[in-house]
Design a protein around this ligand. Structure first.
Ligand code: MN
Ligand code: MN
Length: 467
């Protein structure tokens, strides 16, 4: 009885430790995570805007037998449905075997990302160069969007109400768009300014052409040449751009990062890194839910969740009401017994900027999916703050299902902060907690996540669906 193996250190029993998932996982599970990342990278490349994410998710769902549903349609036990909200938001749900009054298991992520939207009258010419003016969408560091290749994605409504989808800059033979910056040789004044003043919103103009239209009797010939090319290819005029939704996004594809390929560099991890797991868990072959389960892909999170495609709209309330009434249940009881993971990214600890973090309560790459009891700023302002009972039950569920998780706040107290859709779901009397994947350089044109963490987001959401 004197061997060392049998001695259990008291600190091992009493201390909580967050560990690197590479040291905890079996080889086969690491391999599964790396394999999972391949599907995620494809999703990143095919779904750079909310409209594209909806299309991609519907294509995935239809392959798995989900059928289109609109409010008012019949709902049957065991049925698999998706509600497409104006092409920008999506609700996918599978009716379970137990009474729906036992609640719905929901994972809610968002599919809009920071980007540069074209203004209603974007096109102009200056000094024989053609430009498209933009209005940035979401919280961007403006200077990061200059001098990188940008692609244009979106939809244009023509005079006969037909819609033309546009995507220029993604094929390697496509041209790209570009925002210029001043040369360092002439940047002395710029260098004296603060970061936010050094590159202003009105400087985010996409360089879009430099060739004059051949007819010398015409005016604004570079602008005219750009419009004549758009007209030839898509049948659009300058007036059609007024109602169009066109977004400039980074033209790069998702790539493995690091010699060990443990990470993924890409535009739009926030929040595809949670939207994809919400879908992949719903389509997982091992999913066998008794509860009704739902994946929510929301729009407009980056601008405050307002509007009829954002989570502040009544659509989730209405949808749960419809599901309840079609299955002869009380909507209030369904909501009261529902549980939701508000799936959104968190900031990963960055040693290069260590002073903005409080290390004991910060997320680290490769330490698994991040749980946040609350978000908000300035004294938890604006948060929904999940209860001890709910958080405890979620942690116990993850431990049972071997989900590697970590707990974190978003940076130091009073350093800043942020919110998610959790508060709007909590407003419906649904238990909700924030869960996500740690990201380096959040909201930059190219963000970094770790493969093991997105895989753990998949396992965490699957765990809730299967509860
Ligand atoms: Mn987000
Ligand atoms: Mn964000």
């Amino acid at each position: 009885m004197s061997t060392n193996e049998e001695k259990v250190k008291l600190s091992d029993k009493l201390f909580y430790k967050s560990e690197n998932a590479f040291d905890k996982l079996e080889e086969n599970e690491k391999a599964a995570a790396f394999e999972y990342a391949k599907g995620y990278k494809k999703f990143l490349d095919n779904a750079k805007t909310e409209r594209e994410a909806v299309k991609e998710a519907i294509a995935m769902a239809e392959k798995k037998g989900f059928a289109p549903y609109k409010l008012g349609d019949d709902i049957k036990a065991g049925g698999k449905y998706y509600l497409n909200n104006r092409g920008k938001g999506l609700f996918l749900f599978k009716i379970g075997t137990e009474p729906v009054e036992n609640g719905i298991r929901i994972a809610a992520a968002h599919i809009d990302s920071p980007r540069l939207d074209l203004k209603p009258r974007p096109i102009y010419e200056d000094s024989e160069l053609g430009y498209l003016k933009t209005h940035y969408y979401g919280g961007v560091k403006k200077f990061q969007w200059a001098t990188i290749p940008l692609a244009l994605h979106g939809s244009v409504v023509l005079s006969d109400n037909s819609v033309v989808d546009i995507c220029i800059g993604e094929d390697e033979n496509d041209p790209i768009f570009y925002i210029s910056d001043v040369a360092p040789h002439l940047g002395r004044n710029q260098a004296q300014k603060t970061l936010s003043a050094a590159f202003e919103g009105e400087a985010l103009n996409l360089l879009s052409g430099s060739m004059p239209y051949p007819d010398k009797d015409e005016s604004d010939r570079v602008k005219l040449n750009i419009l004549s090319m758009l007209n030839e290819k898509y049948g659009i005029t300058e007036a059609d751009l007024i109602s169009a939704e066109l977004c400039a996004v980074p033209a790069d594809k998702a790539r493995d990062a690091g010699l060990d390929r443990s990470m993924i560099a890409s535009y739009g991890h926030d929040d595809r890194v949670c939207a994809y797991p919400a879908l992949s868990a719903l389509f997982d072959d091992t999913l066998d839910p008794t509860h009704t389960v739902m994946a929510v892909l929301a729009d407009k999170e980056e601008t405050g969740s307002n509007g009829n495609t954002g989570m502040k709209s009544s659509i989730l309330y209405d949808l749960i009401g419809e599901i309840a009434s079609k299955l002869s249940a009380s909507p209030a009881v369904v909501r009261a017994n529902s549980k939701c993971l508000s799936a959104d990214v968190n900031v990963a600890y960055d040693p290069g900027f260590g002073d903005v973090f409080e290390r004991r309560n910060t997320a680290f790459l490769n330490h698994g999916v991040v749980i946040s009891k609350y978000t908000g700023s300035g004294g938890k302002g604006g948060t929904s703050d999940a209860s001890a009972e709910f958080l405890g039950s979620i942690i116990n569920m993850f431990n049972k299902d071997d989900v590697i998780w970590q707990i974190a706040e978003l940076g130091k107290v009073d350093q800043g902060g942020g919110g998610t859709v959790a508060a709007y779901i909590a407003d419906l009397n649904i238990d909700v907690i924030d869960l996500g994947v740690p990201v380096l350089s959040m909201h930059a044109p190219c963000e970094i996540i770790a493969k093991l963490d997105v895989y753990m987001a998949h396992k965490a959401i699957l765990s809730l669906y299967n509860e």
